[in-house]
Every structure is written in C-alpha cells, then in structure tokens.
Design a protein around this ligand. Sequence first.
Ligand SMILES: Cc1cc2nc3c(=O)[nH]c(=O)nc-3n(C[C@H](O)[C@H](O)[C@H](O)COP(=O)(O)OP(=O)(O)OC[C@H]3O[C@@H](n4cnc5c(N)ncnc54)[C@H](O)[C@@H]3O)c2cc1C
Length: 442
Amino acid sequence: MIPTSFDYVRAKSLKDALKAMGKSTKVIAGGHSLLPLLRFRLAQPETLVDIGQLRELKGIKRAGGGVKIGAATTYRELLESTELKALYPLIGEVTEHIGDLQVRNAGTIGGGLAHADPAADMPPVMLVLDATFVLQSKGGKRSVTARKFFKGPFTTAMKPTELLTEIQLPAPAKGAGTGGGGGGVRELRAGGVGIRAGGSRRADHSRQGDDHARGPGIHRARGHAVPRPCGCEAGGHPGPGGADRRSRCGVRRRCRGERRHPRFGGVPDASRDGGRAAGARPGARPGGVVRLDFSGAPEIAAPPAEVWKRLLDHEFVASVAPGVESVEPIDDRHFKVISGFGVGAVKVKFQLDVELSEVKPPKSLKMSAHGKAPGSGVDVSTTLEIEPIPPNRSRLKWSATSEVRGTVASVGARLLKGTAKKLTEHFWDTFAARVGEGARFK
Ligand SMILES: Cc1cc2nc3c(=O)[nH]c(=O)nc-3n(C[C@H](O)[C@H](O)[C@H](O)COP(=O)(O)OP(=O)(O)OC[C@H]3O[C@@H](n4cnc5c(N)ncnc54)[C@H](O)[C@@H]3O)c2cc1C
C-alpha cells in the first residue's frame, strides 16, 4: 500500500528538527518501524521530520561514571562501542540478536524506545540499567526515567512535539554483571528478562519461568512477556497477568523452538495456540478478531420525547461522537460516516455504513455500523432503550457489541479494549449530558 501524502523535512540540525515538530508530525530515524505503519496508513502524519542523519543525536560519550547515548545512534554503533562493551555488556548481548544486519545498520536506539513495542528488546534493557531519557521540544528539555517513560503498548510519556534526544545510563554498580538463565542471551530475548546484580553479591541466575531473582541489588525487567516493558524486582512480577501472559508469549514461543518474536519474523503456529501468537493478545479470537461488549445507562435531564428527537438527529449525534469527520444521510435510516480512530501508534480512518432499524418511537431502536479502513474492519451493533423517569427525566440504556478485525485488531489489540470502552462510554455520556443541557435551556 502507498502512504498518504506528507511533507518531508530533512532536519539539518536539532534546532531545525525541533522547529518542525508539531501535533501532526512524525519523526523518522531508521524507519524500520515507522515505514510499515505509513504504508498501512496506520500513521498519517502531515509532516515527516527526518532525524536519522543528525550528528547531534549520534554517538556514545562517557559522562561521570556512566554514558550518554544519542537517540539516533544505530544498533550497529552500539555494538561497535568499546565503552558499552566494558560498562554494560548486556547492551551488546541483546543488540546482536536484534533483527538482521539491515535492521541493526539503520535502526536506532531512540526509534526502538520511542516506538515502545512491548515485543522490542531494548526497553527492558533500559529499565534494568536504570536509564533516564532526555526529551526535548522547542520549549526546553526534561528528563524522564525509563520506568516512567513506558506507559503502555506503543505509548510513552513523550508529547507529540517532543523528541527523544539522549539516553543517559548511570555508572554500573561495582561488580555488576548480567546473565540469563540456561540459554543465556537467547533466553533473555525469548523471555525478555534482564538481570543486573550489584554490590559484591554473586550474580544470580533467573531462569525463564522461575520468578525469583535472588539477592538485593538484582534488577529485572520484562519486555514482551507483559503488555509493556516493566521493571520487576526480586520476588516476582508485580503486574497483571504475570505467569499467564508469560506462558502465552515467551515460554510458549521458546517451547516451540522459535527464535524470534512473531512480529519480528518468527512463525506463529496458530493451530497450536488458537491464533494468539499472531498478536499475543488476551481475549482475542483466532484470525485477528477482537470482540468487545460494553453497556451503560446514563440518566438524562430531559423527557423521553426529547431524547428520542436527539437520537434521530444525525447532526447532533455526530457532534458528540468522538472522531466523526462527516455524516452523509442516504435517507432517514441510512448514513455514510467517516470517522477517525486511534489506538496507540495506530491511527485509521473508517468509512462506515450506519443503519437505524427496529425503530419503535419513542422507546427503542438499533443502530448498526459496518466499517472498513485499509486492512481493517469493524461491525458495531448498538441497542438503545429510553426509559421514562417521572416526572421529567429519562434513562438511556445502551449496549454495544463490536467486532474489530485486521490490522487494528492485531496491532492495537492490547490497547483496543480500554480505548474503545473509554470512547464508547464517553460518547453516550456526552450525548446524555448535551441532551440534558439542551432541555434545560428550552
Ligand atoms: C525485519 C525486522 C526485524 C526486527 N527485529 C527486531 C528484534 O529482533 N528486536 C527488536 O527489539 N526490534 C526489532 N525490530 C524493530 C526495530 O528494532 C525497530 O524498527 C527499530 O529499533 C526502530 O528504530 P528506527 O530508528 O528504525 O525507528 P523509526 O522506524 O524511524 O521510528 C519508530 C518510531 O519512533 C519514533 N521516533 C524515532 N526516533 C525518535 C526520536 N528520537 N524521538 C521521538 N520519536 C522518535 C518515530 O516517530 C516512530 O513512531 C525489527 C524490525 C524489522 C523491520
């Protein structure tokens, strides 16, 4: 597929790049993660700012006892660094297994971190090493620890106008070292578990599947075994899902003998795990389909007749629906709607056919929407019932069942449920509030 059109700015300096940053801007460094998103039209920036060649963002420097790494430093440059080899062997041990030669030649550490793919290798390494990230915008600089940077799958603490410019690593503790249980680095990759042992204690092993990193000063972090990179200390993983998620992703894959995460070229065996390997998403059905069910019953400060009138007013409904760009009525029961939807790094535009059926004024109706976006599809069926609350109020009981398919379902799956729930509830709550306000001012 061909990306949508955008302006391309090849930044000549960091100042240039920061000047070009805006709300509809995307930065491109190595392009290995961004180009597929552009081609699938899952990212549709107005301007692309190329920072790949910025010297100011490249290089590895000693700073105090630690190092500073420019965000546009490539994986290959990390591998070639004698400083990193000496101070943080874990970085080299992990980096040499990232992708292939081409990925390592062009892919940047900053790109890998900013993309925040839970399947990526470098985020857990940064958590383990207690990294701090420097974020810069036209307005200035701020520092965020790796622990606070990763917010969720493909979601970070960075604002759209900010660039990740530098990664700062503190001095390693005396006697620090790294190790992966049994299979060594491969184990680290497969399970996304990193360990650092500090102080004079012997570095301990933490086997994949063994939740006990022993001894104080041992830091661990997981990557794709959990929905986002996370730091976890001795005594097991504190986050949701723990062992279950791990068995769905890391351990299963390792048992199947796959070397890579499916997203990075491993071969998911759908017949053996019900299709979960394709996106490793909880609750997903085989074939990249996610089913969502939500309901609510907001009270409205208006009588049923008023609520009914507003439900049939497509312009009013569109004005409160999140993401709706246009509504074209075909007749009083059928509409063509264009609506944007974003989940994590994925942004798509759906073309929807909306139909009102089982219309029983002023009590109930059904609203169905069937939509398509490049590589994705959605079907939503919403049942709406208005109950009178005497003397002058109503309750709008709604229940929506959706089926999301394709790229949005697989790429955004781990965020999809939360995002869709928030949007749907916000939609009907706003509808209720606005109808109430309208009735008050009559
Ligand atoms: C075939 C293949 C195999 C791979 N295998 C692995 C693997 O085994 N392990 C692994 O961890 N990864 C793997 N990857 C992912 C790869 O590591 C990432 O694509 C790469 O690290 C991203 O870096 P980039 O410079 O290419 O980022 P880009 O693709 O240019 O950008 C990625 C995202 O980060 C943003 N961004 C980039 N730089 C900055 C910055 N400085 N500030 C703010 N935002 C920024 C971009 O806007 C975009 O949203 C693989 C990729 C491919 C294509």
